[in-house]
Ligand binder design. Structure first.
Ligand code: GDP
Length: 542
């Protein structure tokens, strides 16, 4: 067995143990790199499921906990993000992992971006044969904006993969981040036998016969240990020694501070489907952290160890369970010790809310959350009061900052199949706007709505959800506009511009004005003619 850390490791040894043992992270990857498989193995080792395959069986039964929509199942993509909590034990230390699931499909990237505001670290999964792919790159850029520490998992090493140095070079070059090998693969494809663990000087050997079996670990005393030859075929051993020597010379050594700042990523090699390398990766998260980090807010930062509870909504999901028409707000606790039944102040409305049935998303089922600490994600069922960006506190008027809302890249107008049901459509659109699933704009002139999304597939998802959840067939049609920009500036200047450009103006679901157009020329014109007015492609939601 691997050597155990003597104490709970965190970069904040002063944190109370309940907080210091928490790890809140997301997995980012390009579709098909193996995120679902890796998640499943995490849950397996976390004791949250008994058998691999429970999260998603193959073929017909292919589904995950979050796949509540028929369409998701059909397409095999995950539209909704959810959070899962499970424990990971190393020696005497029990860590609590909170894994926030990010939808991998590029059409849902805005949701993903917001999810990343709720985590302290990210695991980047890449396919050993494909390297850094487009979606990985995009998501990485978002992590970089937030300086999130990144752990890299190079998956599918049981298949023909690229040369190890080539993979590392590609990450360093494309993502401009230093890479340090935490493990080094021995052999590739069919000849892949396992990894050399550079952080603990030991061999991890893969058992191909049993996918649920934990890899065998052999502690060795460096590269000259004769035991190496007992486990590694001679023809691979020379290569391993050579490569490791080169790696130690050419690549940076692990440096915890550089990792925590987001400028260095440790990389593990493995095969999620064979459960290989997964526990080492989990141990990496546990050992190197980070624990819950302070959250940006106004007028002040919120530190995790503060006594009072504060948290923010980063995601709203409606109708998670078709039987109960509920809406769940996902709240990241930023500080304090939350207990069920607590009364918290909903800062936006200044009203008190009794949080009587919060849920914790244990992998197997939803469970009532009796308590939570900074870093935890709790779900709060509600009837629409809670919106993305909202703060819940014990009274202080905090405003968490940094959750962006992006201008949609595609606009369409929407019509109810049955004009008598236009009211229902209003309600459905309102709900999706609050969830952040789409932007809904009400033009200043005329009737109807214009819906904006980031990816084309979202129109289909919306149409299917409106039909499924509201029994209302709808049609999306091309709109005369292609771009939307939020309007900012002093009231008088904004009012003047709006008055003169009514045909381009709409309001979003918060009532904020938006400029719609199909020409960049129009945007330039407004900026030229109204120097006090600013048009922006993002709006901070909190
Ligand atoms: P996701 O789209 O990133 O969630 O990827 P999945 O976990 O669904 O995996 C995509 C495909 O790759 C599936 O067919 C998996 O069975 C397969 N896969 C995942 N991990 C491995 C691995 O370690 N080795 C091999 N050969 N296939 C894998």
């Amino acid at each position: 067995m691997p050597p155990m850390p003597d104490t709970l490791q965190t970069n904040r040894p002063d944190l109370p143990p309940e907080i210091g043992r928490r790890r809140t992270f997301a997995i980012i990857s390009h579709p098909d790199a193996g995120k679902t498989t890796l998640t499943e193995k995490f849950l397996l080792y976390g004791g949250a499921i008994q058998m691999a395959g429970q999260v998603r069986a193959k073929g017909e039964a292919r589904r995950t906990r979050s796949d509540f929509m028929a369409m998701e199942k059909d397409r095999g993509i995950s539209v909704s993000a959810s959070a899962m909590s499970f424990d990971f034990t190393r020696g005497d230390d029990a860590y609590r992992f909170n894994l926030v699931d990010t939808p991998g499909h590029s059409d849902f990237s805005e949701d993903t971006y917001r999810t990343l505001t709720a985590v302290d670290a990210a695991i980047m999964v890449i396919d050993g044969a494909k390297g850094v792919e487009s979606q990985t790159q995009k998501l990485f850029e978002v992590c970089r904006l937030r300086d999130l520490p990144i752990l890299t998992f190079c998956n599918k090493m049981d298949r023909e993969s690229r040369d190890t140095f080539e993979i590392i070079d590609e990450i360093q070059e494309n993502l401009a981040i230093d890479v340090t090998p935490a493990s080094w693969p021995i052999g590739r494809g069919r000849d892949f036998v396992g990894c050399y663990d550079l952080l603990h000087d030991r061999l991890e050997l893969m058992d191909r016969a049993d996918r649920n079996k934990v890899a065998e670990t052999v502690a060795i005393a460096g590269l000259d240990d004769p035991r190496l030859a007992e486990h590694v075929p001679a023809e691979l051993l020379d290569t391993l020694r050579e490569e490791l020597e080169m790696a130690r010379e050419l690549l940076p050594a692990f440096d915890r501070d550089a990792f925590l700042e987001g400028s260095l990523t440790p990389i593990w090699f493995g095969s999620a489907i064979n459960s290989f390398g997964v526990q080492e990766l989990m141990a990496g998260i546990a050992e190197y952290g980070p624990p819950p980090q302070p959250q940006r807010a106004e007028p002040r930062q919120v530190a995790p160890e503060e006594g009072k509870v504060a948290g923010f909504v980063f995601k709203v999901q409606a109708n998670m369970d078709p039987k109960h028409r509920d809406r769940v707000a996902f709240v990241r606790l930023a500080s304090g010790h939350f207990e069920r039944g607590m009364k918290l102040t909903h800062v936006r409305s200044k009203k008190q809310m009794a949080i009587s049935n919060p849920v914790l998303f244990l992998a197997a089922d939803r469970e009532l959350a009796e308590e939570g600490w900074a870093g935890d994600i709790i779900g709060i069922p509600n009837h629409g009061q809670l919106r993305i960006g909202d703060a819940l506190t014990e009274g202080e008027a905090l405003k968490f900052t940094g959750i962006p809302s992006f201008a949609p890249e595609l606009l369409q107008s929407v019509r109810a199949g049955d004009p008598m049901k236009a009211k229902h459509l209003d309600k459905a659109l309102d709900q999706f706007a609050e969830e952040g699933a789409a932007k809904v704009f009400k033009p200043a002139i005329g009737s109807g709505h214009i819906v904006g999304v980031v990816g084309a597939l979202q129109f289909e998802v919306l149409a299917s959800r409106i039909e499924l959840e509201y029994g209302l067939p709808v049609r999306f049609e091309p709109s005369q506009f292609t771009s939307a920009r939020w309007v900012h500036g002093p009231d008088a200047a904004v009012d003047k511009m709006i008055e003169k450009n009514k045909q381009h103006i709409a309001h979003d679901n918060d009532g904020d004005p938006v400029f719609l157009t199909r020409l960049q020329w129009d945007i330039d014109r407004i900026e030229r003619d109204y120097p006090d007015v600013r048009l922006s492609a993002t709006k901070e939601m909190m």
